[in-house]
Design a binder for this molecule. Structure first.
Ligand SMILES: NC(=O)c1ccc[n+]([C@@H]2O[C@H](COP(=O)([O-])OP(=O)(O)OC[C@H]3O[C@@H](n4cnc5c(N)ncnc54)[C@H](OP(=O)(O)O)[C@@H]3O)[C@@H](O)[C@H]2O)c1
Length: 260
């Protein structure tokens, strides 16, 4: 299938590893001129040939730095992937252990970063009939599984996608959401990250815990999702092949969510 993306321009947030890096790789392979942003510019991101911008996207200043530089570098934005999320403040904590500063930090990164990048990109996206994909999570549909602030922020991000699709669809901008289940990234694989902390919390050895995830999470396919599979879905939705798809939320979770 020809996605017809050659010579388009894109901004991808949270691009240094995981789903963001896989998305940058897929876009550059399709001939897209990409700006990728994260706090750390990894060798893997540099190797993609994308333009890179180091910025803390949990702050308004960081997003301004990214979007000002991206607009200069690219001359305009056709495609925006609001992928950055989770981050340092998503921990397996209950509601009573989640104080106001943590709620604020989680919302800054998981919701307001997308609000701010989208606001800055919209004039260009409207001019170019562009497209946005926001990366949410099945936590927006399964909030009981926690962590509480993250799930609430992702539910808000999914709702934001629908609002944006409604408001800017008539001006030619499509907005869709991708909601992954467990994906093989550092969120789970880093022993000091979320997965390592969840494993420690249940008294399990990290590697053994990772092995048990498909069964423990009820993943119908029996395996977790690869970042490249999420990237393929994101890039399809960005492309004109998906030209009449907008305001949707696409779950990619191997069958974890059992409801309609
Ligand atoms: N992996 C999963 O199982 C899963 C499931 C559902 C949804 N998701 C969602 O998918 C998205 C990507 O997750 P992932 O698994 O690929 O995560 P990841 O491997 O931890 O990558 C996160 C990316 O975001 C960047 N980042 C984190 N904090 C940042 C900040 N303050 N400013 C700028 N960049 C920042 C990281 O780079 P630096 O640390 O260098 O800044 C990195 O490039 C997130 O929105 C996450 O919520 C993931």
């Amino acid at each position: 299938m020809d996605l017809n993306l050659t010579a388009k321009t894109a901004v991808v947030t949270g691009a240094s590893r995981g789903i963001g890096l896989a998305t940058v790789r897929t876009l550059t392979a399709e001939g897209v001129n990409v700006v990728g942003a994260a706090r750390t510019i990894t060798p893997e991101l540099k190797e993609t040939g994308a333009h890179t911008i180091a910025a803390d996207l949990s702050t308004a200043e960081g997003v301004i730095t990214l979007m000002d530089s991206a607009l200069i570098e690219l001359g305009g934005i056709d495609l925006l992937v609001n992928n950055v999320g989770a981050g340092d403040d998503v921990e397996p904590l209950g509601f009573l252990d989640t104080d106001d500063p943590r709620w604020t930090r989680v919302f800054d990164l998981n919701l307001l970063s997308a609000v701010r990048t989208t606001r800055a990109a919209l004039p260009s996206l409207i001019e170019r009939s562009g497209s946005i994909v926001n990366v949410s999570s099945i936590n927006s549909r399964l909030p009981a599984a926690g962590p509480v602030a993250y799930s609430a922020a992702k539910a808000a991000l999914t709702a934001l996608g629908k609002s944006l699709a409604e408001e800017f669809g008539p001006q030619g901008v499509r907005v869709n959401t991708v909601s992954p289940g467990v994906v093989r990234t550092s969120i789970w694989e880093d022993p000091d990250g979320f997965g390592g902390k969840v494993a420690a919390g249940v008294g399990a050895e990290h590697a053994a815990f990772l092995q048990r995830i498909p069964e423990a999470f009820g993943i119908t396919t029996g395996r977790i999702t690869e970042p490249e599979e999420v990237a393929a879905l994101i890039v399809f939705l960005l492309s004109d092949v998906a030209g009449n798809i907008t305001g949707t939320d696409h779950v990619i979770d191997g069958g974890t969510v059992k409801t309609l």
